[in-house]
Design a protein around this ligand. Structure first.
Ligand SMILES: *[C@@H]1O[C@H](CO)[C@@H](O)[C@H](O)[C@H]1NC(C)=O
Ligand SMILES: *[C@@H]1O[C@H](CO)[C@@H](O)[C@H](O)[C@H]1NC(C)=O
Ligand SMILES: *[C@@H]1O[C@H](CO)[C@@H](O)[C@H](O)[C@H]1NC(C)=O
Ligand SMILES: *[C@@H]1O[C@H](CO)[C@@H](O)[C@H](O)[C@H]1NC(C)=O
Ligand SMILES: *[C@@H]1O[C@H](CO)[C@@H](O)[C@H](O)[C@H]1NC(C)=O
Ligand SMILES: *[C@@H]1O[C@H](CO)[C@@H](O)[C@H](O)[C@H]1NC(C)=O
Ligand SMILES: *[C@@H]1O[C@H](CO)[C@@H](O)[C@H](O)[C@H]1NC(C)=O
Ligand SMILES: *[C@@H]1O[C@H](CO)[C@@H](O)[C@H](O)[C@H]1NC(C)=O
Ligand SMILES: *[C@@H]1O[C@H](CO)[C@@H](O)[C@H](O)[C@H]1NC(C)=O
Ligand SMILES: *[C@@H]1O[C@H](CO)[C@@H](O)[C@H](O)[C@H]1NC(C)=O
Ligand SMILES: *[C@@H]1O[C@H](CO)[C@@H](O)[C@H](O)[C@H]1NC(C)=O
Ligand SMILES: *[C@@H]1O[C@H](CO)[C@@H](O)[C@H](O)[C@H]1NC(C)=O
Length: 671
């Protein structure tokens, strides 16, 4: 219905992207539960409050003195303020929240702090009417909401809804206004792409309701309600009216590392760049005179923790924002601070050519010091981002210096840290531990150029996969959906497409969506290799966030490698479309930047590959056509001209260069 109505709107209205039915963001900010999960005690008409029966004019009645309760299920993770209408004139009602079904309880919510479970949200009824949670009692993420009668009289509720608060800067009815889409013949991949998009929406918050780290500074976790911890959200973490954070329930802080995965995902789904900008600005405001950037934004920065890698991730964030936006004034304004930031990191390069890391805080892995391969790969990557920016800024002295330092890292890392017999880098020269993060980053960063080493790394990491995904031995028994996002990209870069798709299907779809303890809509921050929802760095399992932007790696990877759309310069002024087919037969992908729309729609049938691409007028690019069958093919172009037989290059592709922006179609017939 929505699609039809929109098509009928006058010209000038923004057309909706296709595949709206997959979008998990709600159509309006008023969200009601869709199912009853659990009932206990004495009560009637629990279903009266469900979304599809609210017009029935019935009420939920919770009898007194039995702590009777109903647990409602919203069918997906949501965020916001509880609202309800009651016809009772007195009494007391409690609400508890949880993302995972594991922590459903009528006595406590899941956790935002280390010390225990969070308190219920309690309302004292002083008369019939409408009650709404105070602003600071916004709950950042929950799928289940339990209503419990805490009073000594029966309680009647006529209506129960949540005012959805994520994406605060978007109009109430436009939360589904995506600029990107993804569709394939594999429903698991489709669901993963949209869950990634939605996760990044849920972690985009009103910056005046940041920081659920109640143990920090003046916020004191000792304030308890019946043995549970009180909680509230009222810390202003950035300027502006929206900001990108790490997690929806917690931390609700700006973390640059998390942004390395979330930002490309946002760019190809909602193109919500302002929330990224506000987050980055909040980090650069905190930059030290010596160039060093904080581990995380306010108020976490007040702990004074320094992280070499998160420092670099903040610099990468600026590079990413410039890459997707092409916003020259943003880069001009930040360039001197950016340079000072990179110089702080470069000062740690010693006579080996590698940085000796002493600021070892990272994504909560251990042992990230010395000549660490992850840190040095990220430094190599950041130097290359810096070279792009320095070229833009015509800063030739800097270009020369940084090129030499980058080459130095590259030539030092392999002799010092590569383990040819294992096919993986070691963490540093004092260990044989082969980390997931450093090996993924060694390829992602372009530090490793030898194709057979790239393949070795991809195969060796794949050989370590367990039932629940790709392990990170550098963080005890953890599976990190963050670092696995980089690993995933590495398998695509190695052109091991089926391995990459298998990782998405097993880890993100079968486990992270379909396991009944998950939200089936947003991606969890971390868990154990045994599939327990225990994340090694944390002592308190209910504290784990089930909506973490750093876990959304597949969204941008599917667009970039399966759709194949790669922006080679800012906002896509130049581009390459290099689709990887794997075991798929039908794919339709697109997104927009400030220059216009990019799309790639392809299919495979026997030995015929068909593709139609669209790119903005005024841009130029290249397509790398996969040649099916025996690597000789005839190419039929849009004008129905058939080429003489062509041969594939060693990576199995035929390249058509210097294409002008616009629509192009190709049919590749294997011979
Ligand atoms: C509800 O009333 C009780 C008892 O008077 C009081 O201790 C509590 O602070 C009140 N709670 C709220 C949320 O107003
Ligand atoms: C609940 O109260 C609100 C605000 O007064 C009102 O708009 C809404 O219609 C009420 N819901 C029902 C089901 O009566
Ligand atoms: C908080 O709890 C800790 C541990 O029980 C205690 O040492 C500390 O004094 C308490 N702080 C306050 C402000 O009550
Ligand atoms: C935030 O809420 C807490 C708990 O109610 C309160 O103590 C504190 O003063 C509030 N802070 C701000 C900035 O409003
Ligand atoms: C907002 O911007 C002002 C001016 O740059 C700055 O002083 C302040 O620290 C910023 N606030 C936050 C939370 O970043
Ligand atoms: C080197 O790596 C090992 C394994 O990760 C770690 O235990 C050790 O602490 C690291 N060395 C430094 C200096 O961080
Ligand atoms: C790294 O620097 C620290 C501090 O200066 C030093 O103790 C350590 O030996 C250095 N590590 C290496 C591998 O050079
Ligand atoms: C760099 O040089 C080019 C060519 O002279 C010029 O168009 C551009 O504005 C310069 N960029 C900056 C940031 O000064
Ligand atoms: C590429 O790596 C392989 C495997 O480690 C090695 O045998 C080969 O010599 C390397 N090639 C070059 C050109 O370095
Ligand atoms: C993967 O394919 C791309 C595009 O054809 C090619 O440029 C690249 O060298 C290949 N990578 C490896 C490791 O073979
Ligand atoms: C998970 O969500 C999808 C829609 O994204 C839905 O089709 C499926 O039924 C849900 N699975 C469960 C077990 O609820
Ligand atoms: C490809 O075709 C050629 C010529 O028809 C044939 O000799 C060769 O065996 C084929 N190669 C493969 C891998 O099928």
């Amino acid at each position: 219905m929505r699609v039809l109505v929109t098509l009928l709107l006058a010209a000038g209205a923004v057309a909706l992207v296709p595949y709206q039915q997959y979008i998990l963001a709600p159509p309006s900010r008023t969200v009601r539960p869709i199912a009853v999960r659990l009932q206990s005690g004495s009560l009637s008409s629990a279903t009266a409050l469900l979304d599809n029966s609210i017009s029935s004019k019935q009420s939920l009645t919770l009898d007194a003195s039995t702590a009777s309760s109903v647990t409602y299920d919203f069918g997906k993770n949501i965020a916001g303020w509880v609202n309800f209408n009651t016809s009772s004139s007195d009494g007391s009602v409690g609400f508890t929240f949880t993302e995972s079904s594991l922590w459903i309880s009528s006595e406590a919510s899941d956790a935002t702090a280390d010390g225990g479970l969070d308190a219920p949200l309690v309302f004292n009824i002083t008369g019939a009417g409408h009650y709404a949670a105070p602003n600071k009692k916004e709950r950042g993420a929950f799928r289940y909401l339990t209503v419990v009668n805490l009073g000594s009289t029966p309680l009647s509720i006529d209506d129960l809804w949540v005012h959805f608060t994520a994406m605060p800067h978007w109009a109430d009815d436009s939360l589904q206004k995506y600029t990107g889409w993804f569709h394939s013949n594999d429903e698991k991949l489709n669901r993963v792409w949209y869950a990634g998009a939605y996760t990044n929406q849920l972690v985009t918050i009103d910056p005046t309701r940041g920081d659920a780290l109640n143990f920090l500074g003046t916020i004191n976790s000792n304030s308890t309600v019946d043995g549970t911890l009180d909680w509230w959200l009222n810390t202003t973490i950035t300027n502006g009216t929206s900001t990108l954070t790490d997690g929806a329930k917690r931390d609700r802080l700006v973390w640059s590392g998390d942004m390395a995965i979330a930002v490309p995902g946002i760019a190809v789904t909602t193109f919500d760049l302002i929330s990224i900008r506000n987050a980055l600005d909040s980090l650069f405001i905190l930059q030290n005179a010596n160039g060093q950037l904080p581990y995380a934004g306010y108020p976490f920065n007040e702990l004074g923790i320094v992280s070499f890698t998160y420092h670099l991730y903040a610099l990468i964030g600026v590079g990413n924002l410039y890459h997707w936006s092409g916003d020259q004034s943003f880069l001009d304004e930040n360039w001197l601070q950016w340079k000072a930031g990179l110089e702080w990191a470069l000062a740690q390069i010693d006579n080996t050519g590698l940085a000796n890391v002493t600021a070892s805080a990272d994504w909560l892995r251990f042992g990230m010091g010395g000549h660490n391969i992850e840190a040095n790969s990220i430094l190599f990557y950041t130097l290359n981002v810096g070279l792009e920016l320095a070229r833009n800024q015509n800063d030739s002295a800097t270009i020369d210096r940084w090129s030499q330092l980058a080459a130095g890292i590259q030539s030092a890392a392999v002799p010092l840290l590569w383990q040819p017999d294992v096919g993986l880098f070691k963490d540093n020269e004092t260990t044989t531990l082969a980390p997931q993060d450093g090996n993924a980053w060694a390829v992602k960063s372009g530090l490793v150029t030898n194709a057979s080493q790239v393949i070795q790394i991809s195969e060796a990491l794949q050989a370590r996969w367990g039932q629940y995904g790709a392990p990170a031995p550098e963080a005890a028994d953890a599976v990190s959906p963050f670092i696995s996002g980089f690993e995933l990209e590495m398998h695509f870069m190695a052109n091991r497409t089926v391995a990459a798709l298998t990782l998405i299907r097993n880890m993100w779809a079968d486990f992270m969506l379909d396991d009944p303890r998950m939200t089936n809509s947003t991606f969890i921050e971390g868990y154990s290799t045994t599939g327990e929802l225990h994340y090694a760095p944390y002592t308190n399992d209910p504290r784990i966030s089930h909506a973490h932007g750093w876990a959304t790696g597949p969204t941008s990877s599917l667009t970039t490698y399966i759709g194949g759309i790669q922006l080679l310069s800012e906002a896509g002024a130049t581009w390459a479309i290099v689709p990887q087919v794997g075991d798929l037969t039908d794919v339709d992908v697109g997104f927009s930047t400030s220059l216009g729309g990019f799309s790639s729609k392809w299919s495979v049938e026997g030995n015929v590959f068909r593709i139609e691409i669209q790119t903005p007028k005024g841009t130029t690019g290249t397509i790398g056509l996969p040649l099916p069958g025996n690597h000789t093919a005839a190419i039929v172009t849009g004008a129905n001209r058939k080429s003489a037989p062509v041969r594939a290059d060693e990576s199995g592709r035929y390249w058509v260069k210097s294409l002008a922006g616009g629509v192009h179609s190709f049919v590749v017939v294997g011979l």
